[in-house]
Design a protein around this ligand. Structure first.
Ligand code: SF4
Length: 260
């Protein structure tokens, strides 16, 4: 394990979450930058995000399920030739079945909110902010203004919704985005929302300055811990439920010990 040539220039909310969950996973992703195979679920997530973003390019009355389905098909046609999606399906029938399941998932979106009833404040927002020495970088799905004119941050999820009592960790990245929005605009968002198409359901978390101040402190502690890990070249593996989905399990030291 070597971190000699790597300098941490910025941190994304996702990588911050990785380090918090398992420093070894952070090492594989952020330091070694090892490639990970794309799953059919990730392909669905990427395509659905594109379609949902583009839905709001259309006038209010055209934001219908059929339009969203067309946007999904168009987006997949655009990106299916990319290297990362190569070899995902054994044959055309498998790809078609995946497409049908994807459209069923997208249909759920309309039971969570009505896109014809509002215009987002912004979408696919590049959030790069320097929090007094710590540069955080990420892409925010969507930001809206509610009826009271307050900002609401929204993130789409195509994975299965967890039971509500386990949803809190999923808000970690969104609270970071709320902090970045406060830094950029001077406004404290009113809430963050996770829209799970595979539920379908939405989870909301009200936000206040106290929470964001606490997140700021937490991020600084996390950054310092990452710098310590890089200086000492120690990124301990922290096995847990995530291991079942971790593509690095075959090379993970924690699992090598289990196997031996
Ligand atoms: S397999 Fe588990 S312990 Fe190993 S890197 Fe992945 S998440 Fe961490």
């Amino acid at each position: 394990m070597t971190t000699e040539k790597v300098r941490l220039e910025n941190l994304s909310p996702s990588r911050a979450g990785d380090f918090k969950t398992c420093p070894q996973l952070f090492y594989f992703r952020a330091i070694e930058r090892l490639p990970e195979p794309t799953s059919v679920h990730q392909a669905r997530g990427t395509t659905a995000h594109l379609a949902l973003q583009r839905l709001f390019d259309h006038p209010l009355p055209e934001r219908t399920p059929d339009r969203l389905f067309d946007l999904f098909r168009e987006a997949w046609t655009e990106i299916r030739g990319d290297d990362e999606f190569g070899g995902l399906f054994a044959d055309v029938d498998e790809e078609r079945a995946w497409g049908v399941q994807s459209l069923e998932l997208l249909a759920n979106y309309f039971s969570i909110e009505d896109p014809a009833s509002f215009d987002p404040e912004d979408r696919e927002l590049d959030m790069t902010e320097d929090l007094d020495g710590i540069v955080i970088r990420g892409i925010l799905d969507r930001i809206d203004r509610d009826d009271d004119g307050r900002l609401v941050i929204t993130d789409y999820k195509t994975g299965k919704a967890p039971p509500e009592r386990y949803a809190l960790p999923a808000f970690f990245a969104l609270k970071i985005y709320a902090l970045l929005i406060r830094k950029r605009t001077g406004e404290t968002p009113k809430e963050v929302r996770l829209l799970y198409l595979n539920g379908p359901t939405s989870f909301r978390l009200p936000i206040d300055d106290q929470q964001l101040d606490a997140m700021d402190v937490q991020l600084r502690a996390l950054w310092a811990a990452i710098e310590r890990a890089m200086a000492t070249e120690r990124f301990p593996a922290r096995p847990g439920r995530l291991c079942d989905w971790c593509s690095f399990q075959p090379i993970c030291p924690a699992w090598a010990e289990v196997a031996s």
